[in-house]
Design a protein around this ligand. Structure first.
Ligand SMILES: [Fe+2]
Length: 435
């Protein structure tokens, strides 16, 4: 039994949850369907978003060939920045505004898909940049209407961006990550071809998979939708609506698959089954967190990525320091789940069991530590950094990390326990190192 929401006092809480199902095609070779999908969406001229490395790969060639064969005009934008910024979002939006297209297709990881979302938004509904950015950093103004069709083609098994209405970027002047969140940003279609993961470096597969792991655990342990205040109008119900029975299903299966296939998929690039199952786990977790929302590990990750000192992990571009998204999340997760467990210990125990921990004799008081320890074991097995120190931070950085994460209320308020400055400080202290 995965869901039991009926014993929770409703008070002024929401009594309904919404299911925004993603329109997904999953399977080896499905990138070849891009042209047919574009035609079915009545796209005559399409903006193809990718980055300069992916632009030289077979994945992009397959998509371009399919679009040309279907008679779709192409405007290629291959300048997407890995870990996009407000500046790179604006450049992409400017391209889209000039390209005179009636649809978008993104081929890449979360950075590419998020950039296409932003370019679609600002070229369809032009506004001063901070208008739509999450409050309190931005204006938090609702997107005024539908966007043009966007077909998302993820090439990593991680972000789930193809299934969500969130676009994340670095706001350079604040040295902090933030985002734009609206159901209207969700891509209209996703083509998820697991063969794209065959050539990914081990470190990229691992970082992406830990992002998936945390998406699923955060969505499953999030504050239930019944404990979120009811919206003023049903149409204002947020995407981050809290744990709900629909998202629970995806979280459970995603965590089970990660428990089975994470180590295999990272350590053996020829293990086709493992890499394909990790891609499916990413899809399930993306659908889940697109309807439930993440919480504290992701809220903390924004400043871990934004304040990077000199960390340059293998498998990623070496031209500037970067804490890849999945690493910036997972270095926080064990510390967070130790603390949030009293909010719903049974769910923390479920997570530990699905990830492969032996929980036969574990009581509710031990659920958090057992789950945290299982995550740490998986991090060690797959070469992840040892907490914040492993990505270049020390205790002296904690005040800055706390300041950077405090504005992420959309995420922090979705936690099963209350999160304030003092608790965030404790969480970062607990995340400094794990072994
Ligand atoms: Fe994520």
């Amino acid at each position: 039994m995965l869901c039991n929401y009926y014993d929770i006092a409703l008070d002024a809480g929401d009594e309904a949850f919404s299911v925004d199902a993603s329109n997904v095609t999953f399977g080896p070779g499905c990138l070849r369907e891009a042209g047919d999908v574009a035609r079915s969406l009545r796209i005559n001229r399409i903006a193809v978003f990718t980055d300069d490395v992916l632009a030289k790969t077979e994945h992009v060639s397959v998509v371009l060939d399919s679009l040309r064969a279907a008679g779709v005009d192409i405007a290629l934008y291959d300048s997407v920045r890995v870990e996009p910024t407000d500046v790179s979002f604006k450049e992409a939006a400017s391209f889209a505004a000039d390209a005179n297209v009636d649809g978008f297709i993104s081929v890449g990881g979360g950075s590419v898909i998020d950039t296409a979302k932003a370019a679609n938004l600002y070229s369809t509904h032009p506004a001063e940049f901070l208008t739509y950015v999450n409050a309190p950093i931005g204006g938090g103004i609702a997107v005024p209407g539908p966007l043009r069709p966007h077909i998302a083609c993820p090439t990593t098994s991680g972000t789930g961006s193809e299934c969500t209405g969130i676009a994340v970027f670095d706001l350079l002047e604040m040295k902090a990550k933030t985002g734009i969140a609206s159901k209207l940003l969700r891509p209209m279609r996703a083509l998820i071809d697991p063969t794209c993961t065959a050539t990914l470096p081990a470190n990229v597969v691992a970082s992406s998979a830990f992002d998936v792991l945390s998406h699923a655990l955060e969505s499953y342990t999030a504050r239930p939708y019944t404990q979120r205040p009811a919206p003023a109008a049903p149409s204002l119900r947020p995407s981050s609506q809290g744990a709900n029975p629909w998202s629970d299903m995806g979280c459970a299966e995603s965590l089970r698959l990660i428990g089975l296939f994470l180590e295999r998929g990272v350590t053996d690039p020829n293990d086709v089954e493992a890499r394909h199952q990790l891609m499916w786990a990413a899809t399930l977790a993306g659908i889940a967190f697109g309807n439930a929302g993440c919480h504290v590990p992701h809220g903390m990750s924004y400043s871990v990525a934004g304040l990077v000192h000199d960390f340059c992990p293998a498998g990623y571009p070496q031209d500037e320091p970067i804490v890849p998204h999945g690493m910036s999340v997972i270095v926080n997760s064990p510390s967070v789940f130790r603390l949030t467990s009293p909010g719903n210990p049974d769910r923390h125990l479920d997570g530990a069991r699905w990830l492969g921990a032996d929980v036969a004799d574990i009581g509710p008081d031990e659920a958090g530590p057992v789950l945290a320890q299982r995550i740490v074991e998986l991090m060690q097995l797959t070469g992840m950094p040892n907490g914040l120190q492993g990505v270049g931070y020390s205790a002296a950085d904690i005040p800055g990390l706390v300041e950077g994460s405090l504005p992420q209320r959309r995420l922090l308020d979705n936690a099963p326990v209350d999160i304030d400055r003092e608790i965030l400080t404790t969480l970062y202290e607990g995340a400094l190192s794990y072994w």
